[in-house]
Design a protein around this ligand. Sequence first.
Ligand SMILES: [Zn+2]
Ligand SMILES: [Zn+2]
Length: 347
Amino acid sequence: MTIFQRLFGRRADARLAVPEPVLPVRIAWGYLISITSIHLLSLLAFNPWYFSWTGVVVGFVGVLTYGLFGITLGYHRLLTHQGLVVPKWLERIFATLGVLCLEDTPARWVAIHRMHHKHSDERDDPHTPLVNFWWSHIGWLLIEHREHSTIFFYEKYARDILRDPYYLWLERKLAWFWVYAAHVVAYYLVGFAAGYVMTRDVMGAVQFGSSIVVWGVFVRTIIVWNGSWSVNSLTHVFGYRNYDTKDKSRNYWPVAIWAHGEGWHNNHHADQRSAAHGHKWWEFDATYAVIRILVRLGLAKDVVLPRAWTKADGAKAEAVVGATSSATKTVIDDDLPQGDSSPAKAA
Ligand SMILES: [Zn+2]
Ligand SMILES: [Zn+2]
């Protein structure tokens, strides 16, 4: 048994084998190298030379900006589940913020996530903890899944995404990587310039610029990564269930805080298109709070609400300006991927 099978393979107490297309095990070198390098680079945060309070603040604000607008709102609720409609220019900005989280391109992220919903906690689920916990958290990223590189996979799960020329462009010639690299350089240059203005010293500028990159990019990237990965791992293992779904999804508050509301994962599996993942009053969902603000600003409409709300309290649905009851939009709710027939896209 190789070290990778030991770490990520089937354990004696596991109930599922890894998905068929990952066998025989082959390392996904691109993921292994990038995930290892960013984790190693973020360790520079422990060296005081790379510290600045500005860097810490930039990193913290970045977790909210990139993690929430890019991943939970952009990639997940908007692109994958079409739980709301925003202007195309804004959708592309959110998707770009998602690219800057280095969590795959919009099409690949959406396709893998739709596959997860279609096969949750079955063998074809790309990242179920029923294989083992570490497989669901990070292992599945480090081992090549043959199917994820096929045209058939994108055709089946992300055709609607790739119809957008910008999202298609991101797939070509590693464009997504250069976009990420360019933002690292931009962070450094802005930090360098600000550092020079403050210290009038080149080394002072280099030090300040480096602190902005280490905290504002590398530390932020691994915080957002582990938040997203925890949705795949922790919220299929820990927490309580409001709904008796056929998968193992659960509502787990630490992940709800870390990943801006995504920790209410059992609610989400029960009602996938709903843009609100917190269904009970205590289930605070930061992403949905932002969606409500976007609606008030006139930047979002056709927000799909939980069926539980609209059934229990018709008046509450009316309270959210621009909201649409998911009850009227449930035709494709449990049948991802969504193709042309999506009411949100047709609107
Ligand atoms: Zn899930
Ligand atoms: Zn989802």
